[in-house]
Every structure is written in structure tokens, then in C-alpha cells.
Design a protein around this ligand. Structure first.
Ligand SMILES: [Ca+2]
Length: 392
């Protein structure tokens, strides 16, 4: 009976210590989710029956709290002996996430512009993770680079301030939202990033994701409005994101465009279908046909501004949108013919002219699927002859 009561006391003590220590230790970093193991031992003097309490961090040094025995009194119900409250402080180490050092990046040389630049908005206040300045600096630098790219390459600017909200945890992002708007949503609108008003929010998953950072800024500067026809908006966003993440704009002679030309029906663009690759291919073809990227951007911004796409297109490029579709389809058919006639019949044949790409030769490298269309791409990575080694 006495033993059972003492076991009860020990369980209660362990619970009190574990909870107390966890809250005490992490009060400063309220959004950090972690665990600490605290080892507890209760001693009972064989001679006197007095109880003593010792604790230590896992693997650390023992501390016995108060040399005096625990004062054990019967609880109100008379069912347990309980000690008075014991507060223990246990030193623990918490590892705070520190991002990789920021690589210095080269400043793109600024092209002289004939037109005065519009007054740009400000960038940016960063809220959250104040105790990890490197994390704040990193996203601020990434956002400023995206803005510079948008300004220099696309003539895009945003207006007004931007507040970047980041946190250690997804629920911390919801707290940031609450700080900004006064209430806490039930769940994140997006697991990666989202924005509302002047606030942008980046979850731990995406706060170092250049694509997410670029996407939010592009939506802010160019307008997130759905344009009609939709491919114009999708392609323009893809163009910008490719430039921001890969470091150069997409080009017509790349595999993604050639694959679209080889496998897709070019008429599906006009019918509102087609892959992201087909859409960007059409945009690149329009730029090649009519002028330079900034002409396209000027057209795009007029459509975002609410102008009818067909009339804005005719105005910008001296050709109707329907005429463009016809020209694109004719060109695409011709390109497909060239790709078909220059395709290879086997991996061995392809190896005579092509270099393996996408991995380690003999293991996972291969050739673009449209170059050897008789081979199957079993894992859908766009490469065939996976693992082929010239000479096999
Ligand atoms: Ca493959």
C-alpha cells in the first residue's frame, strides 16, 4: 500500500517536472517544436523513509534538489501523499536552425533604358525568426534579386511596401497572419507561400525557395489576375520563374520546347489546352516572330489591366491573335517534321551523335525522349535509354 502511494507520487513528480521544464525552457522561442528528456530519480532513505528528488538532463550531471527531504502531506481526498511543488531548472541545449551562408551573387549589368523607370515600391520589412538574422537576410536578399530581375529584364515594378512573414513552423506562419490581420485562419491557404494585401507569407517549406519568392513577387508586380486566354498568363509566369530560378530565360531550342513540339498537337493551344511547355513555346515563338521580350510584357500588362486580349495583341504586334495561332501551328508542324526526320532509331544510334545527360553515364543518364522515340521512358523523367553506356 505504501509502495503504491509512493509510485503515485513519483509519476506525478515526473509529469510536473517534464511539463514545467519544457515550458520554462522554450518560452523565448515559442514556435520552436522540440523535446527535452529530463531524467528523474526519487530517493527514499531506508533509515528514515524520507524522499529526495534528483534530476539531470539526459546524459548530464545529477542535481539533487534541496538537501532537505520532500515534505510529504496527505492530499485533501486523503488518497495520496503529495509533496509541495518543486521547481527545477535543467540546462539543455536547443539547436536553432541556421541557413547556409549566402553566396555572393553577381550584379546583372543594367541595360540603358530609353523610358524613365516607374517609381518602384519598397522592399521589404521581414517579420518572424528575429533570433535568426541570417534567415531574415537570406529571404530579403532573394526577394531583392527577384525584384532586380523583374525591373531590369521585364520592366516590372511593384508599388507600395512589402512585408515578408516567415516562421520556424507552419503554425508560426498562422501566428504571423494573426499579427497582421487580427485573426488566425484554421489552416494555411497554401502550404508553400501566399500573400494578402501588403503581406507575403512563406512557410518553412518555402522560405528559401526561389521559385516561391519569385512567384509571389511576380503576382504582386504583374497582377495575379486570371487573363483570358489563360495560356498568355501561364506562359508569362513560367518565363519569369524560369529566369528567376534557372538564371536564364527559357529558349526555343531547349528540350522542353522541342518535346512539346514533338508530342503535342499545336492546335490545342487555341482550344485552351496544352501543357505548360506548349504554352511557353508559343510565347517564345511570338517573341521571336514579333520582336523582343519587353514587347510581350507590355502586351501582357495591357491584358492584365483588363484590355481585350485579341485587340491588345493586334495593337501590339500588327497581326491578329487568330493569325498568330495559324502561324504558330504551321511553324510547329514544320518543326515537328524536322524533329521526326532527325530522330534516332536506337540508343546505340543516338550515342553516335548525342551526349548522355541527366545523371551518371551507365547508371541513370539518357537521351531526351523525342530524340529516340522508339524507346520508352518508363520513369517519366523525359529521358530514355536510362543507364545506357555507349559501347553496350
Ligand atoms: Ca527515363
Amino acid at each position: 500500500m505504501v509502495l503504491a502511494m509512493k509510485n503515485g507520487i513519483i509519476v506525478a513528480l515526473i509529469a510536473a517536472i517534464a511539463i514545467g521544464s519544457a515550458l520554462g525552457a522554450f518560452a523565448a522561442t515559442r514556435t520552436t517544436q522540440t523535446e527535452a528528456n529530463v531524467e528523474v530519480r526519487v530517493w527514499e532513505s531506508v533509515r528514515t523513509g524520507n524522499l529526495y528528488l534528483s534530476t539531470r538532463p539526459e546524459g548530464g550531471e545529477w542535481t539533487t534538489h534541496d538537501d532537505a527531504p520532500l515534505d510529504m502531506n496527505l492530499n485533501d481526498a486523503g488518497t495520496f501523499y503529495q509533496s509541495s511543488f518543486v521547481v527545477v531548472t535543467v540546462p539543455i541545449e536547443v539547436e536553432i536552425e541556421v541557413p547556409d551562408p549566402i553566396e555572393p551573387t553577381e550584379e546583372p549589368t543594367e541595360a540603358p533604358t530609353a523610358t524613365p523607370e516607374p517609381e518602384p515600391g519598397t522592399c521589404c520589412e521581414v517579420r518572424g525568426m528575429e533570433d535568426v538574422p541570417a534567415a531574415q537576410d537570406r529571404i530579403l536578399t532573394a526577394m531583392q534579386e527577384v525584384i532586380r530581375l523583374g525591373n531590369n529584364t521585364y520592366g516590372l515594378t511593384h508599388s507600395g511596401p512589402i512585408v515578408i512573414n516567415i516562421s520556424f513552423t507552419p503554425s508560426g506562419v498562422l501566428e504571423r497572419y494573426k499579427d497582421a490581420f487580427g485573426f488566425r485562419p484554421d489552416e494555411l491557404p497554401d502550404e508553400c507561400s501566399f500573400q494578402e494585401g501588403e503581406h507575403m507569407f512563406f512557410t518553412p517549406l518555402c522560405r528559401t525557395d526561389r521559385g516561391a519568392i519569385a512567384k509571389e513577387w511576380f503576382a504582386r508586380a504583374a497582377g495575379a489576375a486570371t487573363v483570358d486566354p489563360g495560356w498568355i498568363g501561364d506562359a508569362t509566369l513560367t518565363h519569369f520563374l524560369t529566369n528567376a530560378t534557372v538564371g536564364k530565360p527559357p529558349a526555343l531550342d531547349e528540350d522542353r520546347s522541342r518535346r512539346a513540339l514533338f508530342y503535342e498537337e499545336p492546335g490545342s493551344l487555341k482550344r485552351g489546352r496544352g501543357s505548360e511547355e506548349l504554352k511557353i513555346t508559343a510565347m517564345l515563338y511570338a517573341i521571336q516572330r514579333y520582336g523582343v521580350t519587353n514587347d510581350w510584357l507590355a502586351f501582357y500588362q495591357r491584358v492584365v489591366g483588363g484590355e481585350d486580349a485579341a485587340s491588345a495583341f493586334a495593337d501590339a504586334f500588327d497581326e491578329s491573335l487568330d493569325e498568330f495561332y495559324t502561324a504558330f501551328e504551321t511553324w510547329a508542324d514544320n518543326e515537328r517534321l524536322l524533329l521526326v526526320t532527325s530522330a534516332y532509331g536506337s540508343c546505340a544510334e543516338a550515342s553516335q551523335a548525342l551526349r548522355l545527360q541527366g545523371g551518371t553515364p551507365g547508371v541513370d543518364a539518357g537521351y531526351p525522349d523525342y530524340r529516340v522515340p522508339t524507346e520508352r521512358d518508363r520513369d517519366g523523367d523525359g529521358l530514355v535509354c536510362d543507364g545506357y553506356l555507349p559501347g553496350d
